[in-house]
Structure formats: C-alpha cells, structure tokens
Design a protein around this ligand. Structure first.
Ligand code: FAD
Length: 406
C-alpha cells in the first residue's frame, strides 16, 4: 500500500493543500496531523471579529470537520509530531508512535513570541494571541472598564487595541521603536494608524522601552518603563511578533534560516519533504524571505498539491495582506522591502489614502486605507509590471483604471 502524504500542522497552508489535492482528484492518500484540537481554521478573525464576539466559532473553520472524512482525508488532531526519521520516511508522535510517509509536508506555522518569566511573562493576566484556545483564555477577562496594556504596535496588537476599545476597555499600547508598524510600513501609514487609534482614545506611546511587568500575588498589575514610570494594567497582551516553528525541521537536519529553506516548488533540502506557509523561507527576486500571511500560506499549500500531482508549476505569487481596525480596512499588495521613496495618493476624505512604495521609479507595493480602488487597480498595475510616475500617482485626478488597463 502507498504510504500517505503526511501533513504536519493543521492550519491555513494544510487546508489549501487539501482543497487543491481533492479538486485535482489525486488518489494519493493524505493524513493530516495537527497538535491543536481543531480542524484547520482562519486566524485573521481571532484579533478582529472573533475577539469582539461577533463571529461564531464554526465560522472560523475553513471546512467543517465532516468534509475531511467525506473527501477521504484522514485527520489526527490533538497529536504532536516530535521527530522526523528521514532515513525510514517516518514521523514520530509525542507518544512514540511512528507513522510512515510517502511525501511529507511541513505546515507548522509560527508561534507568538512571549516575554520571559524574569520580565513577568508568566504572570496571570498576560496573554499572547495566536490560536482559538488563546482567545478562549483571554475573552472572559476583556470586560468594559478594565485596563489593557498591549506590548507591541504591530498589526495584531493594533487590531486587538481597536477591538478592545470597541468593547469599552481602557487601552495603552507601548511601542519600543520610533513609530508603530515601523518594521512593515512607511511613516505615512504609521501616522494614519496613530491618528486613528488616538482618536478612538488609545493611549499610544512610541519610543518607549518597558523593563518588566509588575505583579501582585502572581497576577499582572502593571508595567515599569525604563524611565521609572509605572503603567497600571489589569491585563497585558504581548504582541511582539512571531517566530517560525522550525524545531522539527532543524532537529531532522533540514536547511533552516529564518524558516525552513525551500526552493521554487516549496521543496526542502530533502526531496521527500516540502514546507509551506509561515514556516517556510523562500527566494523572491533573489532575496530570501519569509511571510506571515494567508495569501502565502494558501498559495504555497496549493502549489505543493499541484507539484505532487506532477504539474510543472513554480511559486511566483504576488503577496497581499489586509488588516481591519475600527472602520478602516487596510489592504496591501506587493512587498515594500528595499523601497527608497513613498508617494501619497490622497482620497476624497482623510480616511481614504494610499501609500505607494517605489525603489526609484520602480513601483514595489501599495498600502491602501479604505481605498479599494487603489488596491484593485494598483494590483493590476504591479501585476502588469507597469511603473506609473510619482506625479501620476500623487495626483488624485489621475484615473487609475486607465493606468491599469490602458
Ligand atoms: C491573530 C492573527 C491575525 C492575523 N491576521 C491576518 C490578516 O489579517 N491577514 C493575513 O493575511 N494574515 C493574518 N494572520 C497570519 C495568518 O493567519 C498566518 O499567516 C497563517 O495562518 C499561516 O498559516 P500556516 O498554515 O502557515 O500556519 P498556521 O495556520 O499557524 O498552522 C500551523 C499549525 O501547525 C501546528 N503545529 C506546529 N508544529 C506542530 C507539530 N510539531 N505537530 C503538529 N502540529 C504542529 C500549529 O499548532 C498550528 O495549528 C494573522 C495571524 C494571527 C495569529
């Protein structure tokens, strides 16, 4: 009997692989192994509608549980893989069970970085936000009037800040860098979101270094800043980024460097093992990168299913991403790595704006705030390899549709 394609990690990339595998009618058996108790689900709503209580849990699941059995896909949930025996083509569960694979797909995702215990990271009332179980733990604590301190002004921290204000919590955000979103966006985008949060009553502090969390009887009560100032808090959300889950791959001797290194068909340094999603590190235009986005996880999972069905495909997808904060929908297309100029395209009112990233005259990426036209036509422009001039983009009278389709 053919050994199955074994997928480790039941998340977005795995679900996408399975969807394509089923659609292609590939008869190769698939076994999906995940350490969470849930079938693959969407994480983006966790820091948005789900934390707010506006989305039923069932709506998070990418497919209902029954669907997998109906498609002949075997599922082992609540099962962690601790080792890969590459010589014998087997993975080993925590309980010591060996499972044979024909091909192995690692979709192990990434984990939220936490604060060390010596900084108060182990106090009760300190949370990270990555999974359904994380939300289940923190949700009962999110009550109106309580003081929430968010460490880190990245997308997840800011989305949680927006939801928490809507729920009536008092929110402080601490960002160590000069500005929120510094790692991922231009100053104009940071300013837009700073103003948005400040207008909604968030106490947003940039260039602020926290020395440690303070506790009382094992429960967090605040944070001490480098300046000696103490900020009171009933709850703390740590949003200081993620790290790729590469331990399994590293222990098995696969090439890893900020993720599991894969080639243009998502194959690792072992030809029998593929990796997709947040855990993978790949080449894009001569630069090794790792992305944490639904687009990348879904497209790479999809690609591996095609590769295993012997389609001649390579990974060339255009990155896109989104975020939601209050009534602002941010849509991003492209990657701004290496930009040296930005051009602002104003909208009909201050809530509408887009930021266009250029390396000299080459258009790389766009952040579109409440501006679906800039996003949609900008996507067409980037896909077509066109590079409108800075002046064209900055002029609100320029018709983007003509630029995109002309
Ligand atoms: C709160 C939040 C909000 C987000 N918002 C957005 C957004 O708005 N837009 C966007 O594009 N992206 C967003 N993302 C990112 C996006 O959700 C991820 O990029 C995507 O889920 C990655 O998919 P994946 O399959 O690589 O990993 P995951 O979906 O994380 O799945 C990996 C799974 O593997 C399991 N696993 C790991 N190791 C093992 C092991 N050894 N054995 C068994 N199982 C294992 C993990 O527990 C996990 O269940 C958000 C993420 C979070 C956490």
């Amino acid at each position: 009997m053919t050994a199955p394609i074994v997928i480790v990690g039941a998340g977005q990339a795995a679900a996408s692989f399975i969807t394509r595998h089923v659609a292609l009618g590939n008869a190769w058996p698939v076994l999906l192994i995940g350490d969470e108790a849930h079938p693959p689900y969407q994480r983006p709503p966790l820091s948005k509608k789900y934390l707010l209580g506006n989305l039923a849990r069932e709506r998070l699941f990418i497919r209902p549980l029954e669907w997998y059995a109906e498609q002949g896909i075997s599922l082992r949930l609540g099962t962690r893989i601790d080792a890969i025996d590459r010589d014998n083509l087997k993975v080993v569960t925590t309980s010591g069970e060996s499972i044979e694979y024909g091909k192995l797909l690692l979709c192990t995702g990434s984990s939220a970085r936490s604060l060390p215990a010596q900084s108060g990271g182990d106090l009760a009332g300190v949370f990270t936000l990555r999974s359904i179980d994380d939300i289940d733990k923190m949700s009962p604590e999110f009550q109106p009037g309580r003081k929430l301190l968010i460490i880190g002004g990245g997308y997840i921290g800011l989305e949680a800040a927006a939801v928490s204000r809507q729920m009536g919590l008092e929110v402080t955000v601490l960002e160590m860098a000069d500005r929120i979103l510094q790692r991922v966006a231009a100053a104009a985008t940071s300013s837009y979101f700073r103003e948005l949060h400040t207008a909604h009553g968030v106490d947003l502090r940039e260039s602020v270094r926290m020395t440690r969390l303070l506790g009382e009887n094992g429960t967090v009560r605040g944070a001490e800043l480098e300046t000696g100032e103490v900020i009171d808090a009933d709850l703390v959300l740590v949003g200081i980024g993620s790290r790729p889950n590469t331990e399994l791959a590293q222990a098995a001797g696969l090439d890893c460097d900020n993720g599991i290194r894969v080639n243009e068909i998502c194959q690792t340094s072992d030809p029998n093992i593929y990796a997709a999603g947040d855990c993978s590190n790949f080449d894009r235009h001569g630069q090794r990168i790792r992305l944490e986005s639904v687009q990348n996880a879904a497209d790479q999972g999809d690609l591996v299913a095609r590769v295993l069905a012997e389609e001649a495909v390579t990974y060339t997808a255009l990155p896109w991403f989104w975020s939601e904060q209050y009534d602002c929908r941010l849509q991003i297309v492209g990657l701004n790595h290496g930009h040296n100029q930005t051009v602002i395209r104003p909208g009909a009112n201050p809530s509408i704006m887009s930021v266009w990233y250029y390396r000299d005259d080459e258009l790389l990426a766009i952040d579109a705030m409440n501006d679906p036209k800039s996003y949609a036509f900008g996507t067409r422009i980037i896909e077509a390899g066109k590079h409108p001039t800075h002046a064209q983009v900055a002029d609100p009278a320029t018709d983007l549709k003509t630029l995109a389709l002309g």
